[in-house]
Design a protein around this ligand. Structure first.
Ligand code: MG
Length: 255
């Protein structure tokens, strides 16, 4: 019997050399769809439409607003109710915004400053723009935060809900059409039509159940650090923490 260590010792010592923070690789669930998209992008520029909360940024804006108001537990209770399926998206939005009633509108500026942009988000935006493409964001959050963020990041279009303000205070209501999952998919189709970009060259990125319709409508649906309900249906899953993993997957040059 040779006096060599058992094989599992070797395996264990090799594992021990892998740092714990090694990023997970993207998961391509539908290689044929990714390949079709890459081919389409050789024929013309893309339209990239991304969700905002927990996708383009690491935060949920409504929770930041609530935290600044000391009302985070109330909002979280509603969010958890929505996750359990007790409320649909519009109902849960109305219930959460109602918690914000009476807050001075200055809280929005504080939240704007507190938002953390996802690593690699700007690089992704810049790569798509450099390829001659169009970038949009569509959010069930609020245009008061999403609009200036999009401008700072040189994103061409921003669609989100609007907080109603009266006498310098939030009324606890939103105005206009609620941006829900159906509206997100519609915005994708409208932007594609407006810019003359065929759906095969559209890419949608999101993390939540309200992004599902948009991901399914897009030429390529990308789940980002997503809940299983979305990840199981996406063409490509990015594990996070970086969004610009998508640049190489799409075959785009870095800006
Ligand atoms: Mg989200």
């Amino acid at each position: 019997m040779p006096d060599s260590p058992p094989a599992y010792d070797v395996a264990v010592s090799r594992l021990g050399t892998v740092p714990d923070d090694t990023p997970a690789a993207p998961l391509v669930r539908r290689p044929e769809v990714l390949e079709r998209t890459r081919v389409a992008l050789t024929e013309g520029p893309p339209l990239l439409l991304t969700d905002v909360d927990s996708t383009l940024i690491g935060d949920e804006v409504i929770e930041l607003l609530a935290a600044h108001a000391g009302k985070e537990p109330e909002v979280r209770a509603v969010t958890e109710g929505a996750m359990r399926g007790e409320l649909d998206f519009a109902q849960s939005l109305h219930a959460r915004v109602a918690v914000l009633e009476g807050l001075p509108v200055t809280v929005v500026e504080a939240v704007r400053a507190a938002v953390r942009v996802t690593p690699g988000a700007q690089e992704l935006v810049d790569a798509v723009t450099a390829a001659g493409g169009v970038v949009g964001v569509v959010s069930g959050g609020f245009v008061e935060v999403v609009g200036p963020l999009a401008e700072t990041m040189r994103i061409h279009h921003a669609v989100a809900n609007t907080l109603e303000v009266s006498d310098g205070r939030l009324t606890g209501r939103v105005t206009g059409e609620v941006v829900d999952r159906a509206v997100k998919a519609r915005v994708l189709r409208e932007l594609a039509e407006r810019h003359g970009i065929p759906m095969e060259r559209t890419i949608a990125v999101g993390d939540g159940a309200n992004d599902l319709d948009m991901l399914e409508a897009a030429g390529l649906g990308v789940a980002f650090a997503a809940k299983p309900a979305l990840a199981d249906r996406a063409d490509v899953c990015l594990p996070g923490p970086r969004l610009d993993d998508l640049v190489e997957l799409l075959g785009l040059p870095r800006a």
